[in-house]
Design a protein around this ligand. Structure first.
Ligand SMILES: [Zn+2]
Length: 100
């Protein structure tokens, strides 16, 4: 029996429940600023999305992300988050096939 060290989280786009490490956290801080939180440790209200752009786009298009974070996201916000998201999933930890 292997103990699970990482808690499970649910993707706001596809509702898949999976290891926290396979998801990207997006956080809204106390000032209402929304950003991608690759470390998963930033304070504030967080929402998790699978480390794929498909889920990101779906979370945005279906307003799941905005409602999970209780914010309204402007097009500029979405554009900026998408860039941060792409950078986050390009990291080794989330790259789909960088070995591991
Ligand atoms: Zn997903």
């Amino acid at each position: 029996m292997k103990a699970r060290k990482t808690p499970l989280r649910t993707c706001v786009a596809c509702a898949r429940e999976t290891d926290k490490r396979d998801l990207v956290r997006i956080v809204r801080d106390s000032e209402g600023y929304t950003r991608v939180d690759p470390g998963g440790k930033a304070p504030g209200r967080g929402a998790y999305v699978c480390a794929t752009l498909t889920c990101f786009e779906s979370a945005v298009a279906r307003k799941r992300l905005a409602s999970a974070l209780r914010v309204s996201l402007s097009e500029e916000d979405v554009e900026r988050l998408r860039n941060e998201y792409e950078a986050a999933i390009a990291d080794d930890a989330h790259a789909p096939r960088s070995g591991r």
